[in-house]
Design a protein around this ligand. Structure first.
Ligand SMILES: *Cc1c(COP(=O)(O)O)cnc(C)c1O
Length: 360
């Protein structure tokens, strides 16, 4: 079976180069005689792997010294809880922007810990747009402002950074981190589950401004304290070593692609092509406000939804996999993360055009 084009939203496609390096190094990492999976997480080999991954990530994302990088577990979902547990700092409320399914999940979890102000929401519009920043009702008493720069299910993305003054900005960047350059200094905290655009499932990357560390209550579990994790180089307990190693290879790969600016260029081109194909057909549609369309996750519908099953079956037969939309919205979704080559998008568009000719 040859490699297919995998459009899964996550766990998602990884660069072929990365998989091949991992394959070559699987049994014997750099002459150590053991696999990365078999190494001590406190030994000198893994020290090197861990440090290299962080260094490369810092380099490609230009992370300033003011921010710590953590390699954690529990996915973005655990961050929904860890953020309020760590960042309330004696305050009782936090501001949340609600732009879709993942915002809703973050809000529901935060409500277990604090008063949640929904300062802006596009729920009434069906999450097809982002509320104008001028209409946001931010609170100066809020401990932080949380938003979801890319809604993976809805396919809605911020192409700008909200201004929150002195109040730290917190972002769930699970499906957009590393898709383009980012001004990390604007953020108090950024988190991302790795399985979208970073590496394998099981790893969560957190980038946190150092002055926000150290405010948990005495009942917070040790492992959920960012400060403890930072002090122990994310190795207070056994971390997901293999996922961390693969993420490091992905960071190397990004560097070899020419860095995030080069990737941003390609990502925008891939997205423009696909949205262009959808918009100029009378057969497919994407409901999202063109100013807020995601570069990473492109949902689309066939005007006649009875054709969905046939579309998905035939796509799979030609090696275009995981195009089914999220169960909450139906239709189709093509996730076109960094590792999806432009030819993958071209092949999808050619198939869509052909399908339209046959069924349109
Ligand atoms: C996938 C995803 C999540 C959930 O991630 P887990 O790692 O499964 O917890 C949360 N937020 C966003 C934006 C996502 O794309």
């Amino acid at each position: 079976m040859p490699r297919v084009y995998n459009f899964s939203a996550g766990p998602a496609i990884l660069p072929l180069d990365v998989l091949e390096i991992a394959q070559r190094e699987l049994l014997d990492w750099h002459g150590s005689g053991v696999s990365v999976m078999e190494m001590s997480h406190r030994g000198k080999w893994f020290d090197e792997i861990a440090a290299h991954a962080e260094e490369t990530l810092r380099e490609v994302l230009e992370i300033p010294k003011s921010h710590k990088v953590l390699f954690l577990q529990g996915g973005a979902t655990l961050q929904f809880a860890m953020v309020p547990m760590n960042l309330l700092r004696g305050k009782s409320q936090a501001d949340y922007v609600c732009t879709g399914n993942w915002s809703e999940k973050a809000i529901a979890e935060a409500k277990r810990f604090c008063e949640v102000n929904i300062v802006a929401s596009s729920k009434d519009e069906g999450y097809v747009t982002i509320p104008q920043e001028a209409s946001w009702r931010l609170n100066s008493d809020a401990a932080y402002v949380h938003y979801t720069p890319n809604e993976t299910i809805g396919g809605l993305e911020f192409h700008w950074i909200p201004k929150t003054g002195e109040v730290p900005l917190v972002a769930d960047m699970s499906s957009t981190l590393l898709s383009r350059p980012l001004e990390v200094t604007h953020y108090g905290l950024i988190y991302a589950g790795a399985q979208k655009n970073i590496g394998p499932a099981g790893l969560t990357v957190v980038i946190i401004r150092e002055d926000l560390l150290g405010f948990v209550s005495s009942t917070t579990p040790t492992l959920l304290d960012y400060k403890i994790q930072a002090k122990n180089d994310s190795r207070y307990n056994t971390p997901p070593t293999f996922a961390w190693y693969i993420a490091g290879l992905v960071f190397d790969w990004i560097k070899h692609q020419g860095g995030l600016l080069a990737l941003a260029h390609i990502n925008q081109k891939k997205a423009n092509k696909l949205y262009g194909a959808i918009d100029c057909s009378g057969f497919y549609e994407n409901p999202i406000d063109p100013a807020c369309r995601s570069w990473m996750n492109v949902p689309f519908r066939i005007r006649d939804p009875k054709l969905d099953v046939t579309f998905l079956q035939q796509a799979e037969q030609v090696g275009l996999l995981e195009l089914k939309g999220h169960r909450s919205v139906g239709g189709m979704r093509a996730s076109i993360y960094n590792a999806m080559p432009e030819e993958g998008v071209d092949t999808l568009i050619a198939f869509m055009n052909d399908f339209e000719r046959r069924y349109g």
